[in-house]
Design a binder for this molecule. Sequence first.
Ligand SMILES: *Cc1c(COP(=O)(O)O)cnc(C)c1O
Length: 467
Amino acid sequence: MKYISTRGAAPTLAFDDVLVTGLARDGGLYVPDSWPQFSAAELCRFRHLSYADLAEEVMRPFVAGSIDDASLRTIVHGAYRDFGHPAVAPLKQLDQRLWLMELFHGPTLAFKDYAMQVLGRMFDHVLKARGERVTIVGATSGDTGSAAIEACRDREAIDVFILFPEGRVSPVQRRQMTTVAADNVHAIALEGHFDDCQDMVKALFNDLAFRDRLALSAVNSINWARIMPQIVYYIAAAVAVGAPDRPVAFSVPSGNFGNVFAAYGAARMGLPISHLLVGSNRNDILARFFDSGTMAIHGVEPSLSPSMDIQVSSNFERLLFDLMDRDGAAVAATLSAFRADGHFAVSQGQLAHARAMFQGHAVDDATILARIAATRAATGEVIDPHTAVGLETAVALGAEIEAPLIALACAHPAKFPDAVAQATGVTPVLPPRLADLMERPERVDVLPNDLETMKNFIEDRVGGARR
Ligand SMILES: *Cc1c(COP(=O)(O)O)cnc(C)c1O
């Protein structure tokens, strides 16, 4: 399998290079040069597989030539072995036509574990084969950082440094990063805001000498290996409710557009998907795009679903590439105009193409709380605020849809206890394996917002670990 850049001016790469490189050299995102295809007969056969066995089947064509079958099997089965539910991504039926897919049974209780657990192991495998190491550096406002830390702990070829804004992540989120006792894991509370963390990470990457010396690498969702494992749960859920004999629809709470792009990938591979509903919170840039065909930045406001508080959805570029008939130069020109002007528009034909599958819907905080309360009253299920966005979107847009409609439960309610308590009067409790999280000893370094201090800190820690 070969991968090409959405901006058409970077070298074509094999999977292992895409994994380690992340962002393409022309600023674009890597996508497969063609989508592997599953026939109806193969999809029927998938009904009988365990989640890990299905994951192997789905990912094998994407990593062909880079990771051999036996290693892939070890990686995938290791990734999902310790998940908290035997089905890994179980479905719950809410009413005759509406389902909830629970994606919070991984170690950090949000869907990002499903890809990150695979990615960490793939990094380790590829790097060991090459005799290399990397230093992963990332900024987080919550879920990504803890998922990355859990995925990289105890991996021999990786040191991981996660920066979060001091005092600005929830206690559960902080402790998921600071209570991991592994020598290669470094949680850093930066004296600043999330934007300062992101700027700091960018500055580290822009110092090319430092970047090369430490072999810096990133695990944000622009990395193709973050998208690929997410395709699996769409296929697993669809075949469980009747695909390929009938089409299915999904409702996906979206921020960076990575998760819902994986659903689109599943459709491109032959899964019959009739609708993809894209749920936004008050930061509704995606919902406005699917209504109007214009992507326009309005600034970002905090909401009850913080993992979806985004200004620009970086993974949308992958869909745009297809909408523009895979013309990388056109994508590059559109996105550079977007950077300059804060908006761009697609043609009516391109919008119609997108709307053949996608619809957007925005949900404000009051409606999130109402949906959490209504869901508990109607079904007994306690859902988190991100899940509420997807479920509300399913209810708002679902009346016209005949297919089974699967809404994604992207985080465990105990990750966002305040909003859930506000809506229901009940504070959700952490699952047993994390019950003592609030008592575990923390290990964190508080650092000033200063580039030289950060560089020295990272260099010291990496040097120490490698001696
Ligand atoms: C990351 C995240 C999202 C947004 O997913 P994207 O892939 O960025 O669209 C939604 N909900 C939760 C709980 C998340 O952690």
